[in-house]
Design a protein around this ligand. Structure first.
Ligand code: GUN
Length: 282
């Protein structure tokens, strides 16, 4: 069994990005990333702080808007409109989930397609599905980069995704299909989950349930990618029962230090791409 080191791969990607940031500086361009967080969910705060500190480390212009839980939908939409028009901002990210009184779909729709570095805008999702150039959602794209760095040939392989969220499961299926994998998407209503996962060459766990994937669900030699970030008694655990699965898998991502750092690296990547595009450099 080999542990897939997401920290190492993300560090390499960020090194490459640092070079790109220097090149942009020669053209007078500084990549700008604006992150919006509403309320004070501790997990969201941790993610947003990490996005901000990574952006700063790479020399981006980084703005964080910490909004009160009581902010109105109109106030949030006004802020986004201003950022859409701000030439210093190349990427806008609104951390999800949003409070119930705000229509998340409306908010995501209002972000300029050209600044949608999260890849959540319906137009970017549509482009991704037909294989057109688009911002790709950071977590599934981060998983694809990990598989690429590991030199895993996906052609004809059976990839089983557990979870069908708009942020991970559905785009993950699209990206794996694009690389010629045979894809099965499982979810809470799936019958015979055990039988299906036992046919998988690659399992992507994105259910949000701690230690959900156990050794009996995994075929000998399978590659196991754990997208889960769950807090249990103050400790971060994935959706995969790492201790039991590691002896069956040929390769496995740890939590923390697997997919998580890749999500951030891909967000930085999308922001640099956006800045390059705006500057007419690609
Ligand atoms: N909430 C959980 N994951 C994400 C993400 O990748 N982006 C945003 N904006 N919110 C999230």
């Amino acid at each position: 069994m080999k542990i897939i080191d997401g920290k190492l791969v993300s560090a390499k990607i960020k090194e490459e990005l640092a070079v790109e940031v220097e090149k942009l500086a020669k053209h007078g361009i500084v990549p700008g990333l604006a992150v919006v967080i509403v309320g004070d969910d501790p997990a969201s705060r941790t993610y947003v702080n990490s996005k901000e500190s990574n952006a700063k480390k790479l020399g981006f212009y980084s703005v964080k808007h910490q909004l009160d839980e009581t902010v109105t939908e109109d106030e949030l939409l006004d802020l986004i409109e201003n950022m859409n028009a701000d030439p210093q901002i190349h990427g806008i990210l609104v951390q999800l989930p949003l409070p119930d009184h705000i229509d998340s779909k409306k908010v995501l729709n209002s972000i300029s397609v050209l600044k949608d570095v999260d890849g959540f805008h319906p137009e970017n999702i549509g482009k991704m599905i037909i294989g057109d150039d688009a911002f790709l959602p950071c977590t599934p794209n981060g998983v694809m980069k990990l598989l690429e760095y590991e030199n895993i040939d996906l052609r004809g392989k059976h990839a089983v995704i557990i979870g069908r969220s708009n942020i991970v499961g559905k785009p993950m299926a699209t990206l794996l299909l694009e690389k010629d994998a045979t894809v099965t998407v499982c979810h809470s209503k799936t019958q015979d989950l055990l039988k299906i996962t036992n046919c998988a060459d690659i399992i992507v766990a994105a259910v949000g349930i701690p230690n959900f994937v156990t050794a009996e669900m995994v075929k000998e030699g399978a590659i196991v990618i754990d997208v889960g970030i769950n807090r249990v008694n103050g400790k971060l655990v994935g959706d995969v029962d790492f201790e039991s699965v590691k002896d069956k898998a040929s390769r496995i991502t740890p939590v923390p230090g697997g997919v998580g750092p890749m999500t951030i690296a891909m967000l930085m990547y999308n922001t640099v791409e956006s800045a390059k595009r705006k500057g007419g450099l690609i």
